[in-house]
Design a protein around this ligand. Structure first.
Ligand code: HPA
Ligand code: ZN
Length: 337
């Protein structure tokens, strides 16, 4: 089964590129850029990665991003993530980046997006991994700051498939960004938002009705509202669920308490993703394996997670068809048909 999980073709839809920075790379970039770190060693950094909730993680996550200065840094960060994708048989990935984390430190928007984008293009050419880029607004910052960020993105709209909303959910509800999301939609961008991670099910309803999202990131608190769960199943609204993240940030006490299998059984379009793998204990395969060890889902359930992610991806019908074919080829060989 573990071998099956490793080889299963996967599609990732919820990955913060800044959250894929392993401590080894963080130290390398700190040295390269003469940035001082609050840790004496890689080991000390890893030992600091224990969190009580989302905010305690975010404080450490934003601090780690300080070592990212040049276009080459953003390239190296993205390339390292793509190598993990290759090892995990991730065939397509849609990654988030947080421009405000960098522009607030005086790093140019262009430096950030150029580094990430060039690595993604090289990944497509050399590794055969296709990708999309989603720009997130930091919800603890103002609506005005989000509008400024959208303005900076305008010369790069051909490189960005959509906008998202991340950072502290509690106290920063979807309605705060309704106007900037409306402008993003008018520019032809898709919208997604973190909702119902720590916040209430109402945030999921509001992300759908006020931000017109095509996918909900996390969304696991939907179970507070049974009517909403039925609506999500009926509409096939995708939820990009992040199992290891939810355990590390204490959304669930343990993996055996996680609700992703129950949501799958109720017909929701749930997917498995790694969120911030360098901080939460693993990449895509690790998330699949953690679920396997806790709840022993079947092979066809694991294949369904990839099928759902393909359905939810921001790519053309032809590209979806090609990915479904890769999955079908795999399941036939593994006697799943
Ligand atoms: N939630 C909110 N903001 C984030 C996360 C998350 O899981 N990861 C990185 N930024
Ligand atoms: Zn996230």
């Amino acid at each position: 089964m573990e071998d099956f999980i490793r080889r299963l073709p996967k599609v990732e839809l919820h990955l913060h590129i800044e959250g894929s920075m392993e401590p080894e790379l963080m130290f390398e970039l700190a040295q390269r850029n003469n940035v001082s770190l609050p840790y004496a060693s890689v080991e000390e950094a890893r030992n600091a990665y224990h969190f009580q909730d989302l905010q305690s993680f975010l404080d450490i996550y934003y601090q780690g991003a300080d070592v990212l200065i040049t276009e080459r840094d953003f390239f190296d960060l993205t390339w390292a993530y793509l190598m993990r994708c290759k090892a995990d048989n991730v065939i397509h990935t849609e990654i988030f980046f947080d421009p405000q984390t960098h522009t607030a430190r005086g790093i140019a928007f262009d430096t950030v997006i150029n580094g990430i984008y060039h690595a993604l293009k090289q990944g497509e050419k050399e590794l055969g991994i296709t990708s999309q880029l989603i720009m997130c607004f930091l919800r603890h910052l103002s609506e005005e700051a989000a509008f400024e960020t959208l303005e900076q993105a305008k010369p790069h709209l051909n490189r960005i498939v959509g906008v998202g909303l991340d950072s502290s959910e509690l106290g920063n509800p979807p309605e705060k960004f309704a106007r900037v999301f409306a402008e993003a939609l008018s520019l032809g961008l898709k919208t997604v938002a973190h909702a119902g991670e720590e916040g209430p099910a109402q945030n999921i309803r509001d992300a759908i009705s006020l931000l017109h999202v095509s996918r909900v990131d996390h969304g696991v608190q939907c179970v507070q509202d049974d009517e909403l769960v039925s609506e999500l199943a009926l509409s096939r609204m995708p939820l990009t669920v992040c199992p290891l993240s939810n355990i590390k940030l204490r959304v669930f006490d343990s993996m055996t308490d996680h609700n992703i299998i129950r949501l799958l059984d109720r017909g929701l379009c749930v997917t498995i993703n790694s969120d911030d793998p360098a901080f939460f204990g693993g990449y895509m395969t690790d998330n699949f394996l953690a679920l396997y060890h806790a709840m022993a889902p079947t092979r066809s359930q694991f294949a369904q997670f990839t099928r759902n992610a393909i359905e939810a991806a921001f790519v053309s019908p032809e590209a979806k068809q090609a990915m479904m074919q890769k999955l079908d080829d795999f399941t036939v060989v593994n006697h799943l048909h």
